[in-house]
Design a binder for this molecule. Structure first.
Ligand code: S3P
Length: 434
């Protein structure tokens, strides 16, 4: 069994907050300085579509090639209508956040545009994007199966909207909010199940509870004054390092300056409830976001995880593959319900986790909204080929299990980790005690 020890100070900056900081910068009046922007491929896609749509990036100061972060991004804009008609389709690569959130902005611009992505993104559902934007008065075309390319014929005359989210999705919430900023009048977004709230926090939007639902109020045409953003480390990336520390007995890792926004850090509560040796230190608030250090000390292992609460699932949607693989390897068991959304991510993450756990000898059964792991029937003797399905979180979840246990795993298209965590392997190798 391997052991991992040390201090992590180089986690990638948060992917969700990085996207929003760039998009909000492009919507603001003045100069937006972003410190600690993620160097992951997805966030690069957001910067490149902004440039292709006429936004000026004054500075992109990088740490070098394949860097986990760009030290500083500086955006100059004149406000809500500063975009120019792109000369070609906007390439979002693997980034659903880029495609969906930027659609909300493009719907309000007085020109036509088209958004495309890689083969994974071109299969993901986009009707959830088109529906609210059409209700607001934009003309949005999708493929016959409701996927990209998204062709948007925008209008400066968007109508305000009262929109109840049909699925808990922070991307959809954000695209409606970005569109609504341009509408004449106040919009309301209703969340029956809450999702990550960075957009509301960063835009300073009013929110309140009503009949068990969350209401977000978006004023139209108010103008946004540019302000600086600092991006804390990504909790979804931290989850992999936490799992590494919990799986490899005798490990002790401290992860610094991680975003601990309660809509993102619920995986830590789940692990604490399961008896994991985790503590949070040095908690503080910067720019409305809570952050702190996570100390992982493997002592007693964890109890098997059973996850079924829809609200909890919305808060841990990106961490479920890692939690499932962790629980399977640590206890032989795992159970998930009410998580059909996982089938719409960069891959069908229910199928991807189950197929790969089966290859590793686990007894798993999947159903439409989840799966169950009932034990390990056999331990494979040779190297096992793990299919990443070109999905960064699938690749990293299994890579962690391999690194922690020493299991020989041959993971396909492993470079995909760069979508959100370019220095993933470098970091793990640096923590290993030899
Ligand atoms: C994200 C929201 C989630 C998450 C994605 C990032 C965001 O997607 O899975 O990785 O930054 O808003 P959904 O909005 O589709 O749930």
């Amino acid at each position: 069994m391997r052991v991992f020890k040390g201090e992590v100070t180089a986690l990638p900056p948060d992917k969700s907050i990085s996207h929003r900081a760039a998009l909000i910068g492009a919507l603001s009046e003045g100069i937006t300085e972003i410190t600690n922007f993620s160097g992951g491929f997805d966030n690069q896609s957001t910067l490149s579509v902004l440039k292709d749509a006429g936004i000026t990036l004054l500075q992109e100061e990088s740490d070098g090639t394949n860097s986990r972060r760009i030290r500083k991004v500086v955006i100059e804009s004149r406000g809500l209508w500063s975009f120019q008609p792109p000369s070609a389709p906007l390439m979002c690569n693997n980034s659903g956040s880029t495609m969906r959130m930027f659609s909300g902005i493009l719907a309000a611009q007085p020109f036509s545009s088209e958004l495309i992505g890689d083969s994974s993104l071109m299969k993901r559902p986009m009707k959830r994007v088109a529906d609210p934007l059409r209700q607001m008065g934009a003309n949005v075309e999708l493929s016959a199966s409701g996927t990209a390319p998204i062709r948007i014929h925008g209008t400066q005359e968007l109508k305000p909207i009262e929109y109840r989210l049909p699925v808990p999705s922070a991307q959809v919430k954000s695209l409606v909010a970005f569109a609504a900023l341009h509408a004449e009048g106040e919009s309301r977004i209703i969340e029956p199940v809450r999702s990550r709230d960075h957009t509301e926090v960063m835009l300073g939007l009013e929110t309140f509870e009503q009949d068990g639902e969350r209401i977000i109020v978006v004023p139209g045409r108010k103008g946004i004054a540019a302000k600086p953003f600092y991006i804390p480390a990504d909790p979804s990336a931290a989850c992999f390092i936490v799992a590494l520390g919990l799986l490899a007995r005798g490990s002790e890792i401290i992860i610094r300056d991680v975003c601990l926004n309660p809509t993102r850090a619920a995986f830590l509560d789940i692990l604490l409830d399961a008896g994991a040796g985790i503590s949070i230190e040095n908690q503080r608030v910067i720019g409305g976001e809570s952050l702190g250090d996570i100390l992982v000390r493997n002592s007693a292992g964890i109890e098997p995880l059973l996850i079924s609460d829809p609200q909890l699932i919305a808060f841990i949607i990106d961490e479920i593959p890692m939690l499932a693989v962790l629980s399977a390897f640590a206890t032989g068991q795992f159970e998930l319900h009410n998580a059909a959304e996982l089938r719409t991510k960069e891959s069908d993450r229910i199928d991807a986790v189950v197929v790969n756990l089966q290859r590793l000898g686990f007894d798993c059964v999947q159903y439409p909204d989840g799966f169950i792991v009932k034990g390990r029937i056999m331990t494979p003797s040779g190297a096992v080929v793990i299919d990443s399905f070109d999905d960064h979180r699938i690749a990293m979840s299994f890579a962690i299990a391999g690194k922690a246990t020493g299991a020989a795993l041959d993971i396909t298209d492993i470079h995909v980790v760069g979508v959100s965590f370019p220095n993933f392997f470098e970091m793990i190798d640096g923590l290993e005690v030899r």
